[in-house]
Ligand binder design. Structure first.
Ligand code: ADP
Ligand code: MG
Length: 244
């Protein structure tokens, strides 16, 4: 028993505690949100103003908690065979409205490929989402996010996400996988730690290139489960533009 307890403790005490705390805070937060909405009904104009500040701060707390829960929740072991290009396409479609608001174009460049990846669909979707979100947020005046997919040497799938944004200082590059490290006023600093965790779960690798005021590229390398090169040879390059 002793051994078992020790083993469990070493698994991830901090992560488990974070998860329980996040979970416990969720419920009172929901009730605060409910009563805030009730107060709005009869509030004066001035009070409305304060209440909307409370509202957005509550929303922010909720955001931090859900990202914290996501980061500390262990992956379930259920792996699926995923058509990775469809997954990426799905995420891009989902992110279009957000990009639209920020004058950002998301461009997908990939040759049609029959690549299957063994993995966890929701977690990988969230990874791609986090990276595209960061890319969008790095371009204050809009620009293009380039999403590229290719097969390297038949066994690795490379997905790269390139922006024309602020780029990163060496200090940021050193720290970006630290939980809560953020350079944004409303950032959580939990997006990239999650990316790292999930890519490690999938035996993948992350490569980062960045130049200040030029932009940043995050490349993910993931082991391919099945790849049918004949299928993709005769197909033309698919180049879908999303002007959003
Ligand atoms: P958050 O986005 O909440 O700040 P992340 O973990 O997603 O947290 O990112 C951590 C930090 O890494 C960001 O605050 C930012 O400084 C830097 N960063 C991540 N992606 C990019 C990017 N595409 N361009 C510039 N900086 C980036
Ligand atoms: Mg982020």
């Amino acid at each position: 028993l002793q051994q078992k307890v020790e083993h469990q403790q070493s698994l991830n005490v901090v992560g488990q505690m974070a998860a329980s705390i996040a979970h416990e805070i969720r419920n009172p937060l929901t009730s605060l949100k409910g009563f805030t909405d009730l107060l709005k009904v009869d509030a004066t104009e001035e009070a409305q103003m304060y209440l909307s500040v409370i509202d957005s701060e509550l929303q922010r707390m909720d955001q931090i908690l859900s990202e914290l829960l996501m980061l500390s929740k262990p992956a379930n072991n259920r792996l699926e065979l995923l058509e990775f290009d469809k997954l990426v396409q799905h995420v891009i479609d989902f992110m279009m409205p957000d990009a639209l608001m920020k004058n950002v174009m998301i461009q997908l460049v990939s040759s049609p490929m029959n690549v299957l990846i063994e993995g966890n669909e929701n977690r990988l979707k969230q990874v791609v989402m986090n990276l595209i979100k960061n890319a969008i947020e790095s371009m204050y005046n809009g620009g293009t996010v380039l999403v590229e997919m290719r097969v390297n040497s038949g066994s690795l799938l490379e997905l790269s996400i390139t922006d024309e944004g602020s780029g990163m200082t060496s200090d940021t590059i050193e720290n970006l996988f630290q939980p809560f490290y953020t350079t944004k006023t409303t950032g959580t600093g939990l997006g990239l730690p999650f990316v790292k965790k999930v890519i490690e779960e999938h035996d993948g690798e992350i490569v980062i290139e960045s130049e200040l005021k030029k932009g940043t590229r995050f490349s993910l390398h993931l082991p391919i489960h099945t790849f049918d090169p004949l299928e993709s040879l005769d197909s033309n390059i698919k180049n879908s533009n999303y002007l959003v």
